[in-house]
Design a protein around this ligand. Structure first.
Ligand code: ATP
Ligand code: MG
Length: 336
């Protein structure tokens, strides 16, 4: 640009260009420069989009790793002997390490089992295997003796209600957010109210002039809820799914204040009535609602028993328990 400008000015001084031509040339050069920059910019943007589209098409082309048995066997209702993990190993696609290794245990019908363990121990992975978001790499999961892979997937999932660690927050109305797990609740307002009341959000709902029909989420300028309020909504989603035989609670109160947590645990006991329940939590005090506790460490099941059994055994659970007790103990010491 500098050289071109220099050349134009030089020509003008030599009398070869009229002032009008100089103006025209300088303007043309500026336009040329701007358009060239825009061209390069657009080219780069196009390149980025192509990269994204490549991933998108790869995703569309990717084959399902799930074995879909259609129509598949009927899910036993009720489940009579239980759900059994039989030497289950699982590695996430593209991962090197096992997420869970050689896991074997049985969930008896109607039983509440707690799973505890450090971050990354493999607790959520067990939930993902049970909901058949993934199939075990090795080993089997049996439902009344039938391999989970052979059950009709849709029917199996209808038997499951849950509050998951990464629950969804949907830009829909409050009522729709709950009814997602049982569409009958869209018409059945009594059922919706029942769930709202059980999940302890009745005060929240009545404070909105449009009640259950209040749009939520910022995307479409709805009302934004707090983390804990969203979590209670996810919980209401579990309450509205009454027909499910299996209840999965993966840190269902992580975002709740102590009072809400305490009150909701009373409700969980009620929600878990007659259902086979897995409760995952880091707060060992709440593990007491479980009849049995499984302790996972680095993907392996290292302990299995009641609270008392595990404490007398003096293993990992005892260590975790004493750590939490000590933490509160020290707090009270400071208070006094
Ligand atoms: N989608 C994934 N892809 C690859 N590896 C994963 C994936 N999800 C989890 N993992 C790995 O699997 C292991 C078990 O993870 P998991 O989510 O089951 O742990 P967790 O016990 O639920 O932990 P937390 O208490 O933090 O919820 C971890 O080492 C983690 O790195
Ligand atoms: Mg987890």
């Amino acid at each position: 640009m500098v050289l071109l400008f220099y050349w134009v000015v030089k020509q003008a001084f030599q009398g070869k260009f009229s002032p009008g031509s100089v103006l025209l040339l300088v303007q043309s050069l500026t336009y040329f420069q701007q358009n060239l920059a825009a061209f390069v910019g657009n080219g780069l943007e196009l390149w980025e989009n192509v990269l994204y589209m490549q991933q998108f098409f790869n995703f569309l082309d990717s084959a399902s790793s799930m074995l879909l048995t259609v129509p598949g066997e009927k899910t036993p209702s009720p489940i009579l002997t239980g759900i059994t993990f039989e030497n289950v190993y699982f590695r996430y696609p593209d991962a090197q390490a096992w997420a869970v290794k050689n896991i074997s245990f049985t969930l008896h019908p109607g039983e509440t089992v707690a799973i505890v363990g450090e971050n990354g121990a493999g607790k959520t992975t067990i939930i993902k295997l049970l909901t058949r978001l993934y199939d075990p790499t090795q080993g089997r999961i049996l439902v009344d003796g039938v391999d989970l892979k052979h059950l009709n997937l849709q029917e199996w999932r209808q038997q499951i209600a849950g509050v998951f660690q990464d629950f969804g927050r949907y830009a829909l109305t409050l009522g729709e957010n709950i009814a997602l797990s049982n569409l009958q609740a869209l018409e059945n307002r009594d059922l919706l109210r029942f769930a709202i009341e059980r999940a302890d959000i009745i005060q929240l709902v009545t404070q909105f002039p449009t009640g259950e029909d209040t749009p939520l989420g910022k995307q479409f300028s709805g009302t934004e809820l707090s983390g804990g309020q969203w979590q209670k909504l996810a919980l209401a989603r579990a309450f509205v799914r009454q027909q499910a035989q299996i209840l999965l609670l993966d840190e269902p109160t992580a975002a709740l204040d102590p009072r809400s947590e305490y009150e909701l645990y009373q409700r969980f006991v009620e929600l878990a009535q007659g259902k086979t329940t897995i409760l995952i939590t880091h707060r060992l005090a709440s593990v007491r609602m479980a009849q049995r506790i499984l302790v996972l460490k680095a993907g392996q099941l290292i302990e299995d028993g009641t609270h008392q059994e595990l404490l007398s055994h003096g293993g990992e659970y005892t260590t975790l328990w004493n750590m939490q007790i000590r933490q509160y103990g020290e707090y009270f010491k400071i208070q006094n």
